[in-house]
Ligand binder design. Structure first.
Ligand code: PGA
Length: 235
């Protein structure tokens, strides 16, 4: 895996935005997996500014969200709401090419199968943009709950707390699996802040294992980690 270390979080956002823009220029109809979380927010904001200038155009692209919580989609904690506000609307992704697992599905397992099929029907992922959890989770492949394909996971109290709004468990989510994400031709992983330092070190150095799902991505033919200095401080 390739690791680019930049001074600060804003540089990571800028580099991520530039890399994404370059891929879209080369392949306007690309199929991309997109993340939620704090890390990509600045990247989305920079890309929205580029779009306003006419420099970034996702009107032919297709976006698949990495994951979604099983909550009514009107709730502010859903990734449906996050993506509408931070990515789909500001980046101009056409409504019929915004894909996210249905957090209201009455049969979540069947929804997982449907979601995998939708990715295949779209032609497969060209690019996956990822964040990483301090515990090494990627999308919602949480420690001990990684799976190969799109699957249902139980969120732990710490993860539920990151969603805000005083949510209480139990709460489940649907996430792309490790192989779903690894099937992307190209992967960009953004990491900022010292809380990610241990996960990045283990991702690079430790034998692959489910306790640190990030380690399951090693060996991908085109994986680039873009980290700020604090996140790279254990490398
Ligand atoms: P964060 O989340 O960007 O909010 O740190 C990362 C993740 O959970 O993938």
């Amino acid at each position: 895996m390739k690791i680019e270390i930049l001074p600060a979080a804003a540089d990571v956002a800028r580099r991520g935005a530039a890399a994404f823009e370059a891929r879209v220029l080369a392949h306007p109809a690309l199929v991309v997996a997109l993340p939620t979380g704090r890390t990509p927010v600045d990247m989305y904001r920079m890309l929205a500014a580029r779009k306003k200038e006419g420099g970034f155009d996702l009107s032919r692209a297709t976006a698949f969200n990495l994951d979604e919580v099983l909550l009514p989609r009107r709730m502010p904690q859903t990734f449906f709401q996050f993506m509408t506000r931070h990515a789909w609307e500001p980046l101009g992704i056409p409504p019929d090419r915004r894909f996210i697992p249905d957090g209201e599905a009455s049969e979540p397992e069947a929804e997982c199968v449907r979601y995998e099929d939708a990715i295949v029907r779209a032609g497969g992922l060209d690019l996956a943009i990822l964040g990483i959890g301090a515990d090494g989770h990627i999308a919602y492949n949480l420690p001990g709950q990684a799976g190969p394909r799109t699957h249902v996971v139980n969120l732990d109290p710490g993860t539920i707390a990151t969603l805000g709004g005083g949510l209480e468990g139990p709460l489940r989510a649907i996430t792309m699996g490790i192989e779903t994400i690894r099937s992307a031709k190209s992967i960009l992983l953004l990491a900022t802040g010292v809380s990610k330092a241990e996960a990045l070190r283990r991702m690079r150095d430790e034998p692959a294992g489910e306790a640190w799902p990030c380690t399951l991505f090693r060996g991908h033919p085109d994986l680039t980690v873009i980290a700020d200095r604090p996140a790279a401080s254990q490398l």
